[in-house]
Ligand binder design. Structure first.
Ligand SMILES: [Zn+2]
Length: 331
């Protein structure tokens, strides 16, 4: 993935140093000695066309000029074009796609990058074989990006596209509330064969999203996703541009999968947390919107609190890790 390199190596967000710094940290933490490194194949034309339905896109990627100077000339209308495309970008595109594409019937895509997963949403918007969940900062979306909670998919894919916009500056309590209250109940019912994670760490502390998710917070999210698809999960690196924190976020996420209890919050659901009011009301809003498609948001009937138990504070996350699991029926 180091083939994609912004021309300005020292000041760019999209620097190939992201990858080398991550590998250095994984080595330091002893992670590389504990995991198998799978070879990957480059995606071929047939695989890429499985999602990009026309040849124009492929022709465009392949037609990118090979020198930085030619690139800048071709895209002179865009400032900082090398952020998006560099000499090695086409090669990096086919390597990245080849590393994650497989043919399956029920795929869950979880995108916790601070930016909306607009590309993935667009590709699978009318597809019920891919359940897409994007948590993102509501103020940081791309132009024309349909990133609101009301964008729930269309046609056969209606109800299979879930956007959870979060307020600026959100932290792991907000992210984990979204995961517990919306993602896990729906995803458990969907019963994916594999979970693909658009693992962007730019909602981390001191990163470009201005948010405050800690390394352990990311580790906890990843650890929770392991309960799906028998633990079959692919983490594909997306954002994360703070070279001090990114390697630690990645290392914690991998170590959380390996079960290192200092890499996530093992007792997260048994302790009290304070997501923001806007996160709580967004979850309520989404439960209403998704109820016609997913019968998993059944409220527990009001009744006396069993002796010795404290009633939960409104909005507190606790108990049932999936938050709101209700009755299950086949659909
Ligand atoms: Zn991002």
């Amino acid at each position: 993935m180091k083939w994609h390199q912004d021309g300005d190596k020292d000041h760019s967000a999209e620097t190939a140093s992201r990858i080398s710094e991550i590998m250095k940290k994984l080595d330091e933490d002893g992670v590389l000695d504990r995991i198998a490194r799978e070879p990957f194949v480059m995606a071929n034309r047939r695989l890429v066309l499985a999602v990009h339905h026309n040849l124009d896109y492929l022709a465009f990627v392949n037609s990118l000029p090979k020198s930085q100077k030619e690139l800048e000339l071709k895209f002179s209308q865009f400032a900082g074009i090398s952020l998006f495309s560099s000499k090695g970008t086409p090669q990096a595109v086919f390597a990245a796609a080849g590393a994650v594409i497989r043919r399956l019937k029920r795929i869950l895509v979880v995108d916790f990058d601070v930016h909306h997963g607009n590309g993935t949403q667009e590709i699978f918007y009318d597809n019920k074989h891919v359940l897409f969940f994007s948590s993102h900062c509501g103020d940081l979306t791309y132009p024309k990006s349909n990133s609101k909670a009301s964008h729930i998919g269309e046609g056969a894919g209606e109800g299979y596209n879930i956007n959870f916009p979060l307020a600026e500056g959100f932290n792991e309590d907000d992210l984990l509330y979204a995961v517990n209250k919306i993602l896990l109940p729906v995803a458990t019912k969907f019963d994916p064969e594999v979970v693909l994670v658009s693992a962007g760490f730019d909602a981390g502390i001191d990163d470009m999203g201005g948010c405050n998710v800690s390394s352990k917070g990311f580790g906890t999210v990843v650890r929770k996703l392991l309960c799906l698809a028998g633990g079959k999960m692919v983490l594909a690196l997306e954002g994360g541009y703070n070279l001090k924190h990114l390697p630690t976020h990645v290392s914690h996420s991998i170590r959380a999968i390996l079960g290192d209890e200092d890499a996530f919050f093992p007792d997260y659901d048994q302790t009290d947390h304070r997501p923001s009011e806007s996160t709580i009301s967004m979850a309520d809003n989404l439960q209403l919107k998704l109820s016609p498609y997913w019968d998993v948001f059944v409220e527990k009937p009001p009744g006396p609190t069993p002796e010795g138990e404290t009633p939960p504070r409104p909005g507190a996350v606790g108990g049932d890790p999936s938050g709101a699991l209700g009755s299950h029926s086949s659909s």
